[in-house]
Design a protein around this ligand. Structure first.
Ligand code: B1M
Length: 207
C-alpha cells in the first residue's frame, strides 16, 4: 500500500531522500504514477503553496520542497509518459526582455510543475517574438510573464499584442513585484498573480 501521506509530509518537510524512497516503493509496489503524483506529490505541494501564501513559510523552504518534488518527479515522469498520461496543460514561462531576475519566476515554474503542468521555462531576458513563437510551437495553453523592474514590465504589453496579432490561443498571465491588477487589466492580460501560489490558482482557472 503506497504511503501517500508520507510522501506529502516528506515533500512538505523538504526531505528529498525520503520522497525518493517512498515514491520508488509506491511504484515498485504497483501503484500507478498518476495516483502517486496526485495523492502524494501534488497534495504535498498544495500545502506548501498555501503555507507560502499565508506567509507561514518563506522562499528557502519552498525551494527545498520544490527540490524534493523534482526528485519524486524524476521517478514519476518517465512512467507517466510511458502510460500516455497527459499533463494538465502547457505553460510557457519566462522573464521579459531586459530583465534578469528569475527567482520569483522559478518559484512560479516549480509550483506549476507541482500541480501537474508541463512547464517550458524560457529563462530570462526573453523577447516577445520568442514567447509567442514558443507558445505556438508548444501549443501552449498559458504564457506566464514575469518582470521585477518598472522599466521592463512595459515589455509585457508587446507580448500580449503580438500573441493577438499572431492568433496565438494561449492566455497570458503576468506577475512580479511591480505589477498590479490594474496594470494587468490596462495591458490586456488574462490574469494577474501577486505570488507563486496564486499563479497556480489563476493558471488552473484559465483552463
Ligand atoms: Co534587482 N532590483 N536589480 N537584482 N533585485 C529589485 C527588483 C529592486 C526592487 C531592488 C531595489 O532597488 N530595492 C530594484 C527594482 C526597482 C524598480 O524597478 N522598481 C532592482 C534593480 C534596480 C536592479 C538593477 C537595475 C540594479 C542595477 O544593476 N543597478 C539590476 C537589473 C538587472 C536586470 O534585470 N537587467 C538588478 C539586478 C539584480 C541581481 C542580478 C543582483 C539579483 C537578481 C538575481 C536573480 O534573480 N537571479 C537582484 C535581486 C535579487 C533583487 C531583489 C533584492 C530580490 C528579488 C527577488 O528575487 N525576490 C529585489 C528587491 C526586492 O524584491 N526586495 C531587486 C524574491 C522573489 C521570490 O520575489 O521576484 O517578487 P519576486 O517574485 C514573487 C512575486 O513577485 C511573484 O511570485 C514570486 C513568489 O511569490 N511573481 C510572479 C514573480 N513573477 C511572477 C510571474 C507570475 C506570477 C507571479 O505569473 C507568470
Amino acid at each position: 500500500m503506497a504511503d501517500f501521506k508520507g510522501i506529502a509530509e516528506a515533500l512538505i518537510a523538504g526531505d528529498r531522500d525520503k520522497v525518493t524512497d517512498l515514491v520508488q516503493s509506491a511504484v515498485d509496489g504497483g501503484t500507478g504514477p498518476k495516483q502517486v503524483l496526485d495523492e502524494g506529490l501534488i497534495s504535498g505541494m498544495e500545502v506548501v503553496g498555501a503555507r507560502f501564501k499565508n506567509c507561514e513559510i518563506y522562499v528557502p523552504e519552498v525551494l527545498v520542497s520544490a527540490r524534493a518534488m523534482s526528485a519524486g518527479m524524476d521517478i514519476i515522469e518517465p512512467l507517466l509518459a510511458k502510460a500516455g498520461i497527459k499533463a494538465r496543460g502547457v505553460f510557457i514561462v519566462g522573464t521579459v526582455k531586459g530583465d534578469l531576475h528569475d527567482i520569483g519566476k522559478n518559484l512560479v515554474s516549480m509550483m506549476l510543475k507541482g500541480t501537474g503542468w508541463k512547464v517550458v521555462d524560457l529563462g530570462v531576458d526573453i523577447t516577445a517574438e520568442k514567447f509567442v513563437q514558443s507558445a505556438i510551437d508548444e501549443d501552449a495553453d498559458v504564457i506566464g510573464l514575469s518582470a521585477l523592474l518598472t522599466t521592463t514590465m512595459v515589455n509585457m504589453k508587446s507580448v500580449i499584442e503580438l500573441a493577438k496579432n499572431k492568433d496565438c490561443k494561449a492566455k497570458v498571465v503576468v506577475g512580479g513585484a511591480p505589477l498590479t491588477q490594474s496594470y494587468a487589466d490596462e495591458i490586456g492580460a488574462d490574469g494577474y498573480a501577486p505570488d507563486a501560489a496564486s499563479a497556480t490558482e489563476i493558471v488552473n482557472s484559465l483552463l
